[in-house]
Design a protein around this ligand. Structure first.
Ligand SMILES: O=P(O)(O)OC[C@H]1O[C@H](O)[C@H](O)[C@@H](O)[C@@H]1O
Length: 651
C-alpha cells in the first residue's frame, strides 16, 4: 500500500487546517484518517463528509472534489486525516456511546446519516471504526492464535448512501489494528460470507472474516403508529405504509467460515469496541503504535462469486454453456446490490434480460423498497414481466439475501408459495426431509409439504437466524433437514453452507428450468408453477401490527416484553373458553389458534415493542371472527394500540 506523499504545507496552509498525511500522528481526540476514496463519493456523500467530518474553515466542496479526483486518478492509497469538530447530529466525541444499543440480534444496526428528526446519528465513523477494530480483535481471539497475526478481512456494502463513509471507517478500524482489508465495493451479503470459503490464491482468498455494511428496510415500518398490511387474494387489496424510506439507517453483518456471528459474539464485539473507543478518547496511543500496518486492496469478488452460480446452473444442464438460451428473464434489483445478477449470471447463461429494471445502485431507493414481501415491489416486477412478455421475473432485496420470483402469467412466487416451491425442489432431491420455516407460515403449506410432497413441516419461530439454527440443530440430533426458510424470502440450504442467499435460491429455480429445457427447449416458468400446484391458499391474509406504548402507566415500569407476554397469556386463557377456537398443539412462538376455517397468530416482534397479528381465513367474515376473538382479549390492555385491529374489523 502506498501513502500519499504530498506537500503538507500545500494541503494545510491557508486552505485546510485539519487535514494531514497518514504518517502524522493525530493531535486531537478522535482524529481519524480516511482513505482518499472517501472524498470521492457522489455529491451527497461528499456533502456529508464535509458536514460531519471536516467542517473545514474555508474548505470548498470543489476543493474536496479536486483533491479526491486527483488522488483517485493517481490510483494510490492515500489518506487524509480529519480531526475537526463533528456535525451537530453526530454523537459528540466526548459523549458516552452506548455500544450495546447498536445490537440488533445477530447484527449491528444504527442511524448513519443525519437529517431525520428524532433520529440522531449513532453509527458514526469513529464508532464504526472501533467496531471494526473490535471485530478483528475478536477474530484473532476466536482463531486462538498464539499471539498476534495479520488477518485478512473482506469488506463489502450495499447501495445505501452511507455505504462509502462506513466502508472507510471499517477499513480504517481494521488497518489501524494492523490487519489487511480486501474491499469488494458493492456486494451482496451472501457473497461476503462466501469470501471466507473461496480458495483463490491470486486474490488472497479465502479471507479470515468478512464484514457487510447493510441495514434493514422493515424496521422503520414498525415505527409508524398504524400499520396494516392487508392482502386479499383475487380481489381488492390494501396496504398502508409510511412514504419515507429509511435512507438514514445502516448496519454491519459479520461472517467467518463458520457462518454469520451469533448474538453472543456481537455482544462481545460491542463490548470490545466500547473499550477501544474509550481508550482512544483518553488518548491511548496503543492502537496508533500499529497504525497503517494493514494494507488495502480492491478485489472484484462479485465476479468470482457469480461465476460459481453460473457453474452451478451449467452443471444441472449437463454442462451446457448457455442452458437458458431463448429464455426471457427480467430482474428487478430495486436499486440495491442485486444488479450483478443480470450481467454476471443470466447473460453468460444465455438468457434474454431486456426489461430488467432498477439495476443501478441508488441509496435513496427512488422506485420502490427492495423487499420481496413488499406489495409495491412485487407489483413492479409483475408489471415488468407482463410488459416484456417475459418467461420469469426475479426480484431481490437490498443486499440480496432475500428474493422472490414471478411466473410468466404474473403469479407471484413469494412468501408461502416460494417456500412451497423450494420445498418441492428440495424434497425431490432429499425425499422425506424436514422443512423448517418461520411461525407465520400457512396451514396450507403444512398440508402441501406433508401430504403432497411427503416431507415434514417444522414450523418454528420468526427470524431467519432462528429458522436456520433450528435446521442445523435438527441435523445434529439426527433429524435430517435440508431447507430452512422464512416467508420474508430468507432461505438457506444445507448444500450451500446454511447460508441465506437470495441469489442461490433463484439459481435453484434456474437449475430446474435449465434441466427441463434439455428435454424440451421451449419449456418456460410453467415448470416452476406446476411444482406448487395443489398448495391451498387462504382468500384473506392479513398482518396487523399492534404497538405497545412503552411510556404508558399500565406497564408499571416493566418492560414491553413483560407486558406483551401478559397480553399473550391472557389471550391464551380467553381462547380456551371459546368452543370455536382451538390452540395449535405444537407452537414455538406466541399464541397460534385455529378456527372458522382459518388461523391466527399473535406474537411478540423480534425487535420492536409490537405484537404482530397474522390472520388467514377462507373469507373476510371468518377473518373478522378471528380478529374479534383477539380484540376481546387484548382490549383489556390500555398500553396496546389496537387502532389497526379496529380499523380492520370495521372494514
Ligand atoms: O418480529 P418482526 O418485527 O415481525 O420482524 C421479524 C423479522 O425481523 C428481521 O427483519 C429478520 O431479519 C427477519 O428474519 C424477521 O422475520
Amino acid at each position: 500500500m502506498e501513502h500519499f506523499h504530498g506537500d503538507s504545507d500545500t494541503l494545510s496552509g491557508k486552505i485546510i487546517q485539519n487535514a494531514f498525511l497518514a504518517q502524522h500522528r493525530p493531535q486531537a481526540r478522535h482524529s481519524t484518517r480516511y482513505p482518499s476514496d472517501f472524498c470521492a463519493l457522489d455529491t451527497r456523500s461528499v456533502h456529508s463528509f464535509q458536514e460531519h467530518r471536516l467542517r473545514l474553515a474555508g474548505t470548498s466542496a470543489k476543493w474536496l472534489n479536486t483533491i479526491s479526483t486527483a488522488w483517485i486518478s493517481s490510483s494510490k492509497q492515500a489518506y487524509i486525516s480529519c480531526n475537526a469538530a463533528q456535525g451537530s447530529s453526530v454523537v459528540s466525541s466526548s459523549a458516552k456511546v452506548d455500544f450495546l444499543k447498536l445490537q440488533n440480534g445477530s447484527d449491528i444496526r444504527g442511524v448513519a446519516v443525519g437529517g431525520v428528526e428524532g433520529e440522531p446519528v449513532n453509527l458514526t465513523e469513529p464508532v464504526t471504526e472501533a467496531i471494526a477494530s473490535a471485530f478483528a480483535a475478536w477474530l484473532l481471539n476466536k482463531k486462538k492464535e498464539d499471539g498476534w497475526r495479520r488477518l485478512r478481512i473482506s469488506v463489502g456494502h450495499d447501495s445505501r448512501i452511507s455505504a462509502h463513509k462506513l466502508q472507510d471507517a471499517v477499513t480504517l478500524g481494521i488497518t489501524t489494528a494492523g490487519h489487511d482489508v480486501l474491499q469488494f465495493g458493492l456486494a451482496s451479503t451472501p457473497a461476503m460470507f462466501n469470501s471466507t470459503l473461496t480458495e483463490d490464491e491470486i486474490n488472497h482468498l479465502p479471507v479470515d472474516g468478512a464484514i457487510m455494511i447493510t441495514g434493514r428496510h422493515t424496521k422503520l415500518f414498525l415505527e409508524v403508529d398504524l400499520e396494516l398490511l392487508l392482502r386479499i387474494k383475487d380481489g381488492e387489496e390494501e396496504e398502508r405504509r409510511p412514504s419515507h424510506l429509511p435512507y438514514n439507517r445502516n448496519g454491519l453483518k459479520f461472517f467467518t467460515s463458520a457462518g454469520g456471528l451469533n448474538k453472543a459474539d456481537i455482544k462481545d464485539i460491542l463490548e470490545r469496541a466500547s473499550r477501544i473507543y474509550e481508550d482512544s478518547s483518553h488518548g491511548s496511543t496503543q492502537e496508533l503504535e500499529q497504525a497503517s500496518k494493514g494494507e488495502v486492496s480492491n478485489v472484484d469478488y462479485m465476479s468470482i462469486y457469480a461465476s460459481d452460480l453460473v457453474k452451478a446452473v451449467r452443471k444441472s444442464a449437463g454442462n451446457k454453456e448457455k442452458p437458458l438460451e431463448g429464455l426471457h428473464i427480467v430482474v428487478d434489483a430495486g436499486n440495491g446490490a442485486g444488479g450483478f445478477f443480470v450481467d454476471k449470471v443470466l447473460k453468460p447463461l444465455g438468457a434474454i434480460t431486456t426489461g430488467s429494471q432498477f439495476l443501478e445502485p441508488d441509496g435513496m431507493f427512488p422506485n420502490h423498497i427492495p423487499n420481496p414481501e413488499d406489495k409495491t415491489a412485487m407489483k413492479a416486477i409483475t408489471q415488468a414481466v407482463a410488459d416484456n412478455k417475459a418467461d420469469l421475473g426475479i426480484i431481490f432485496d437490498t443486499d440480496v439475501d432475500r428474493s422472490a420470483a414471478v411466473d410468466s402469467s404474473g403469479r407471484e412466487l413469494n412468501r408461502n408459495r416460494l417456500i412451497a416451491l423450494m420445498s418441492a425442489i428440495v424434497l425431490e432431491e432429499h425425499p422425506g426431509t424436514t422443512i423448517v420455516t418461520d411461525s407465520v407460515t400457512s396451514d396450507g403449506l403444512t398440508t402441501f409439504i406433508e401430504n403432497k410432497l411427503g416431507g415434514k413441516h417444522h414450523r418454528f419461530k420468526r427470524g431467519y437466524k432462528n429458522v436456520i439454527d433450528e435446521a442445523i440443530r435438527l441435523n445434529t440430533i439426527g433429524e435430517e433437514s435440508h431447507l430452512a426458510m422464512e416467508t420474508s424470502g430468507h432461505g438457506a440450504l444445507k448444500e450451500n453452507h446454511w447460508l441465506d442467499d437470495g441469489a442461490y435460491l433463484m439459481v435453484k429455480l434456474l437449475n430446474k428450468l435449465a434441466a427441463a429445457r434439455i428435454l424440451n427447449p421451449n419449456v418456460g416458468s410453467k415448470v416452476l408453477t406446476d411444482l406448487v400446484e395443489g398448495l391451498e391458499e387462504a382468500s384473506v391474509t392479513v398482518e396487523i401490527r399492534l404497538k405497545i406504548d412503552q411510556n404508558h402507566a399500565d406497564l408499571k415500569g416493566g418492560s414491553f416484553r413483560d407486558y406483551g407476554e401478559a397480553v399473550l397469556k391472557h389471550l391464551e386463557n380467553s381462547i380456551s373458553k371459546d368452543e370455536h377456537l382451538c390452540k395449535a398443539p405444537k407452537n414455538y412462538e406466541g399464541v397460534r389458534v385455529s378456527g372458522y376455517g382459518g388461523w391466527f397468530l399473535l406474537r411478540l416482534s423480534l425487535h420492536d415493542p409490537v405484537l404482530p397479528l397474522n390472520i388467514e381465513a377462507p373469507s373476510k367474515d371468518d377473518a373478522i371472527k378471528l380478529g374479534l376473538a383477539v380484540l376481546t382479549a387484548v382490549s383489556e390492555f390500555p398500553a396496546l394500540d389496537i387502532t389497526a385491529l379496529n380499523k380492520f374489523l370495521q372494514q
